[in-house]
Design a protein around this ligand. Structure first.
Ligand code: AHR
Ligand code: AHR
Length: 522
């Protein structure tokens, strides 16, 4: 056994917030049924944009990779491009007004990986989102999102969200019908409230047409994350704030505003709206319940925000000047012409709740207390399992069959525990080395004794979700949410989709990070 007490991480540890409460909400939320409306009926008869139109504030941009946002919309939702041959394919709803045809994406992307190239505007205004160009704060073009990194179900239908890792961004600088100057507008976005960071700036909304910071009041966008540079609310974040350029505002003043709480529902509805000397922040659990108003009142009491100087570009996942160091996940969102009433927004929130966003693989499916073996799904390796070595503490991939020696079978067997660092996630104890757990260190996988530290608990906690390839499960690191359990060159790693380590390679990433959970060999 290696000595685990005197090693020091050699990689700088990126600051990440513990997400215990957030992930607990996943479990609770996943079990809550929608009792007030039939999701199927609501989706078929009305979409959020039908509700905004009825309220006199029609959508002028409507983006979603999960569902149609008008009952009458049957066009493409988004476009994917696959790595193998560079071909693209539009993904539409299964039916007019319905849910995304994720199976079409799975078929098109089978055996390779795909990125999202276009998020179509359903409003008819042509305000599609595509790869963001370079801007004042960062070069470009930005990265495109891995098309399978944010699996979800919507009213029981598999779909994929837009997974924004740092460096990823979408934009449209040539829009039609989006508010400019001091014109009124509203917007909402449904996000993953557990996927965020303190980088600038995971935004969706109105920004500069020049990709540069042109001054206070030149933006009006929903922001979600935990950066404290400009504004903050109670707790440690994340917060819904309004990016009004050179300021993420949580209320009337720059800095702290006590009415803006930390919110981290697994599915989060985040809203911002603005009119002459008036703006508001509202949010809700996107699975249930009603909107709370965190701010509604006059423009920020700092120079340059009244009147506003909105320019009418649309951004997703970046700041106005293409600041691109933020994390987040986007499922759907719209922008309106006119300042929506609270009543209209409340109806939209009810529609979102009825749409039935759920995690695609509840943690309960891999039950604490069970004994499992984790089988690789990549074509190379479908008889191979994640196991620890006997010679050292490395965790590797090797072939296990019915005739394998008992020691090998036991080395590939794990006792599932409630996550050491997060009770909504899991930890894996070796079946033949009591008290020793699967953990990452320097982004490689090891079997080490639990030393009781919170660092160990974090390193040994993995959050299950639907497989990144659409098969089985993927296991997301509790302390590096961009990274998943992966095999690469028959060795166990913690890997992001693209990154500085060899094992972050994007080829086969989806397959290498997807595992079948089998009854244990030993
Ligand atoms: O307002 C916060 C950020 O500041 C904007 O998104 C960006 O354009 C500027 O760097
Ligand atoms: O781990 C076996 C294979 O090694 C992986 O599928 C691939 O990423 C690498 O070449």
């Amino acid at each position: 056994m290696r000595d685990t007490t005197d090693r020091r991480p050699q990689h700088p540890v990126r600051a990440r917030l513990a997400r215990v409460g957030a992930a607990l909400a996943v479990l609770a939320g996943a079990l809550v049924g929608v009792t007030t409306l039939s999701g199927a009926a609501a989706a078929a008869t009305q979409g959020p944009c039908d509700l905004y139109a009825a309220g006199g504030t029609p959508c002028v941009a409507a983006h979603s990779t999960t569902r149609a946002l008008y009952a009458g919309y049957g066009g493409p939702l988004y476009q994917v491009r696959r790595a193998s041959d560079g071909a693209t394919r539009n993904i539409g709803p299964l039916s007019t007004g319905g849910y995304a045809d994720a199976a079409a994406q799975d078929a098109f992307c089978a055996g390779t990986s795909c990125v999202i190239t276009v998020i179509y505007d359903q409003s008819g205004k042509g305000n599609h989102l595509t790869q963001a160009p370079a801007g004042g704060a960062a070069p470009g073009p930005d990265n495109l999102a891995n098309a399978t990194a944010a699996p979800v179900t919507v009213n029981g239908h598999a779909a994929y969200g837009v997974y924004i890792a740092p460096g990823t961004g979408y934009r449209n600088d040539h829009t039609s019908g989006i508010a400019t100057g001091d014109q009124p507008e509203g917007m909402y976005a449904v996000l993953d409230g557990t996927h965020y960071d303190a980088g600038c700036c995971f935004d969706y909304g109105n920004a500069e047409t020049s990709n540069t910071d042109t001054g206070n009041g030149h933006m009006e966008a929903v922001y979600f994350g935990s950066i404290k540079v400009w504004g903050s609310g109670t707790g440690n974040g994340p917060w819904v704030m309004a990016d009004q350029e050179n300021g993420l505002f949580s209320g009337l003043s720059t800095g702290y505003n006590a009415n803006d709480p930390s919110v981290s529902h697994r599915f989060l509805t985040a809203m911002v709206k603005g009119a002459p000397n008036q703006w508001a922040i509202r949010a809700a659990d996107a699975q249930t319940g009603s909107l709370s108003t965190y701010y509604s009142g006059a423009r920020p009491n700092a120079a340059g925000y009244n009147p506003m100087h909105k320019e009418g570009a649309i951004i997703l996942g970046i700041g106005g000047d293409n600041s691109d160091s933020s994390d987040g996940t986007f499922y759907e969102g719209v922008m309106t012409a006119g300042y929506p009433t609270d009543a209209t927004e409340n109806a939209v929130q009810a529609n979102v709740a009825a749409a039935g966003y759920r995690t695609s693989a509840p943690a309960g499916a891999v039950a604490p207390g069970s004994r499992v073996s984790l089988q690789a799904t990549t074509a190379c390796c479908t008889s191979d399992y994640l196991r620890h070595d006997d010679a050292d503490t490395k965790v590797v991939l090797s072939r296990i069959t019915a005739s394998s020696p008992a020691t090998d079978k036991a080395d590939a067997s794990w006792i599932v525990h409630t996550g050491l660092a997060n009770s909504a996630c899991l930890s894996f104890e070796s079946a033949n080395s009591a008290g020793h757990y699967l953990r990452h260190f320097d982004f490689e996988l090891y079997l080490d004794p639990n030393d009781g530290t919170s660092q160990f608990a974090q390193d040994a906690t993995f959050c299950p979700g639907g497989g990144n390839s659409g098969k089985g499960y993927s296991f997301q690191s509790a302390n590096y949410p961009d990274k998943y359990l992966r095999h690469y060159a028959y060795t166990g790693y913690l890997a992001s989709f693209g990154g500085s380590n060899a094992w972050d390679a994007t080829g086969l990433w989806n397959d290498d990070t997807s595992w079948l959970v089998d009854p244990s060999w030993g």
